[in-house]
Design a protein around this ligand. Structure first.
Ligand code: DGL
Length: 266
């Protein structure tokens, strides 16, 4: 048994969609969340910068005595997961592997769409992992950078989101894909618009649930589950703006107030 919290981080509010699933799957775990709202987006930055920011956040979370960390960001997971596991001793779980496993069990016609940030799509992480499991899978990828500011602004269900999704996804829908991976943790905030555009025959794969399950299996296997009742949650952001709290409330159905953390110090 291990009473320490789980650390979860993202470039901004996107990782809250992962926190939501962790709260469901691991209701007795405490969570410390960090959203790098001052430096979002990560998707248009270089691998070196994303790695530097991620290392700072992990050092910050370690000062909060977390027992394990979830990288609730596809950009970090697909570009620097290996380097981060080499740099830090703490158990780290990422989101790409769980997303790939879910997708492989869902696709029937083996035509898969992957959407994510520019850095995630450029890394080809999803494509490589999907093809490593099943070389017959065809992967159609598309970077959708504008989805991130739309989600950060709380406009995930607006007409702007629908128009943007139509523009980005028009080629993918012509490829006869039967599932689409939301390869960015911000994108579940636009899920209903994406669903409208791709149509009901395309299954939407959000890696968040499988990621939370993976953390649960890890904690169980290592006898690290918390045995108390209920979880305590603490949210930090590098720039505490009102919209972080309001998106937090929308996603998690409860009012939380984020605290400011000076991440450049770490
Ligand atoms: N939510 C992040 C992801 O899953 C990053 C979005 C961004 O900062 O560009 O990729």
């Amino acid at each position: 048994m291990d009473k320490r919290p789980i650390g979860v981080f993202d470039s901004g509010v996107g990782g809250l969609t992962v926190v939501k699933q962790v709260m469901k799957v691991l209701p007795n775990e405490d969570i410390i969340y960090f959203g790098d709202t001052a430096r979002v987006p990560y998707g248009s930055k270089s691998k070196e910068t994303v790695k530097k920011f991620s290392s700072q956040i992990i050092r910050f979370l370690i000062t909060k005595e977390v027992k394990a960390i979830i990288i609730a960001c596809n950009t970090v997971s697909s570009n620097c997961y290996e380097e981060l596991t080499e740099e830090f001793d703490i158990p780290i779980i990422e989101v790409v592997g769980p997303g790939v496993s879910s997708c492989v069990s869902i696709t029937k016609n083996k035509k898969v769409g992957v959407i994510g940030t520019e850095a995630t799509i450029r890394s080809k992480a999803y494509e490589k992992k999907l093809k490593a499991i099943d070389s017959e899978i065809s992967v159609y990828s598309k970077a959708c950078p504008l989805f991130v500011p739309i989600a950060e602004e709380g406009l995930g269900e607006s007409e702007i989101a629908v128009l943007t999704a139509k523009e980005y996804l028009k080629e993918l829908v012509q490829m006869n894909i039967d599932c689409i991976i939301l390869g960015c943790t911000h994108y579940p905030l636009l899920k209903s618009c994406i669903a409208k555009v791709v149509g009901e025959n395309v299954k939407i794969v959000d890696p968040a649930m499988a990621t939370a399950q993976k953390m649960k299996s890890f904690l169980k296997e290592n006898n690290m589950l918390n045995d108390k009742k209920g979880g305590d949650y603490c949210f930090y952001a590098s720039d505490v703006a009102d919209n972080f709290d309001s998106i937090c409330t929308t996603v998690l159905n409860r009012i939380y107030k984020a605290k400011q953390a000076d991440i450049e110090k770490y």
